[in-house]
Design a protein around this ligand. Sequence first.
Ligand code: NDP
Ligand code: OXD
Length: 313
Amino acid sequence: MSLLVAIRGWSPDPWVVRFRKAAHPRPVIDAREAFDPATIHYAAVWKPEPGLLARLPNLRAIFNLGAGVDALTGDSTLPDVPLCRIVNPDLTARMTEYVVLQCLMHLRQVEAYRRLQAEARWEPIDQPAATDVRVGIMGLGVLGQDAAEVLKRLGFRVAGWSRSSKAVPGVEIFAGEAALDAFLARTDILVVLLPLTPETRGILNGDLFARLARDGVLGGPVLVNAGRGGLQVEADILASLNDGTLKAASLDVFETEPLPASSPLWKHPKVILTPHVAADSTPEALVEVVLANIALHEREGRLNDVVDRRAGY
Ligand code: NDP
Ligand code: OXD
């Protein structure tokens, strides 16, 4: 086998080095160098240049180096070979850390205390219990279910919304469009871990924010989006923060990344902003996982974590 590594937006070097070491003596080609497209059998990619994969006539499978595959499904030239994504405990644990951190930041009013500290003011604020706070997770897949488990353990009242119904002990389940209203109406902290597909694009808009619970102990609904920036309408987030429809937002992903310096989100006092780092992919955790999947394909003709190309995730 020969493996092409094509990465944009992250530094490709540590990936190429680790793939070369772990795959030795099999060839690993760095897409930044000249290569013969006919020699490539597998590709490990993150946001590759559109059209690149279509130029590989002997490609057998594509391995996306993250969980979300929207950068690939959005390429109309993507070849019709199996597309695999990352499902891995390291990535899952990182996302759960992010989600739990944000829920606790809002529960324990960390931003308000930071402001009081800056003014040397000793002013206790009423402290709600986690058991009084309703977290609703949009996207109850691999990442959503793990975050739900930990939030539940901390006492939050957790619900999940997904396309299909599922059984997650201790989590209130809502499925499909018909259940969305009821899900939103019982949600104080909306955690978004949806993939970006034609169905989910722009779903986080003013109309949806207005349907969130307004009777919660936090004093207004909070948005936490670590799914994809294309899910959200940033003008609506800003308007909703400014008119009180949303109390606060934690945003890791944006319509345009990097977020332009001109975006009012940067300095908004109700926004906690991170640069798409909720759950980093690392070569240390993932190179061997991809190579094991290639070995499985060569040995048994099957693959793990194959994306449903029709559903788009
Ligand atoms: P999964 O495919 O395991 O889960 C996706 C969930 O979304 C499923 O529950 C699915 O429903 C649900 N869903 C999809 N479409 C719809 C829809 N139209 N209506 C309702 N529910 C829907 O993905 P992961 O949990 O592994 O990852 C989720 C996303 O997180 C990724 O696609 C990526 O965009 C993002 N991500 C962001 C990172 C970051 O650093 N910010 C890092 C990693 C991932 P069902 O179960 O019925 O299929
Ligand atoms: C992912 C990401 O999808 O890092 O894994 O965004």
